[in-house]
Design a binder for this molecule. Sequence first.
Ligand code: MN
Ligand code: MN
Length: 318
Amino acid sequence: MAMDPSALEKMQRPRYLGMPTFMRAPAHDGPAGLDIAMIGVPYDGGVTNRPGARHGPREVRNQSSLMRLVNQATGVEPYSLATVGDIGDVFIERPFHLESSHEEIRRAFEPIMEAGAVPLAVGGDHSISLPILRVVGADRPVGLVHIDAHCDTGDGHLGSRFHHGAPFSRAVDEGVLDPERTVQIGIRGALNDPDQWKFSYDHGMRVIHMHEAREMGLDAVIAEARRVVGDGPTYLSFDIDALDPAYAPGTGTPEIGGFTSFEGQVLVRGMAGLNLVGADLVEVAPPFDPSGVTALTGATLMFEIICILSQVIASRRG
Ligand code: MN
Ligand code: MN
């Protein structure tokens, strides 16, 4: 498929010019005609520590102006394989209400699936993955590649079970996520309770702690992730705090001892060929990111995700 001429034209203009969209892709009113619909979810009403991820989509758009057309490592040219557009942000009308905000997010993703587009969301805190999974997992539970410092399979905290430390336990409870096809990569940090991630273990999720990932090596981590999710429909969720805060300081719940930026890129590339039905990049919090490096890193990982999604789309087209 030929490159969207408006995208090409944009690439020939100064990258600092004009209103930013994700990847300088064309802005669209909705998902019609798109293979990959990029969408911002500027919501952080589910954070348990420092807020700010509501500003993530805008800064990732800004930093994504630096992104280019060809993946130097893999040779993938995503915009030749798939039609990619920015459909704007979810407009949450009642952001002070956590559960109704999730319902507003869910309703915003329904038309994306109905249009046959693959959603690529930028958060926002990690609680936004739950309403997205309610849509992508509505017909059958999906598998999950979850890259994060935290399992996010907690339970009630400060009066809610829907905060950003619990989306994946709720998704299992609701039957939209298959725990036995879930792999969680990069888990680390001290706990308040040795059983903090008991939900993951008890439900058969494969938890690859950071120290284990270091011992295994990235190739083995990737092979294990691919084994766990298999060839069924799978969602990819990348929490920027999986990276070491030396690389990604702008996030709400930083944990030292994490992946490098390069390792994050390699992990995403390693998921090429999986049956991906959607993805998100969450927890970029610009107020803690004065240099913009976290948003730049988020935008770059987003480009890696676009590359593997575009390959899936091309292979489905045959
Ligand atoms: Mn998370
Ligand atoms: Mn996290």
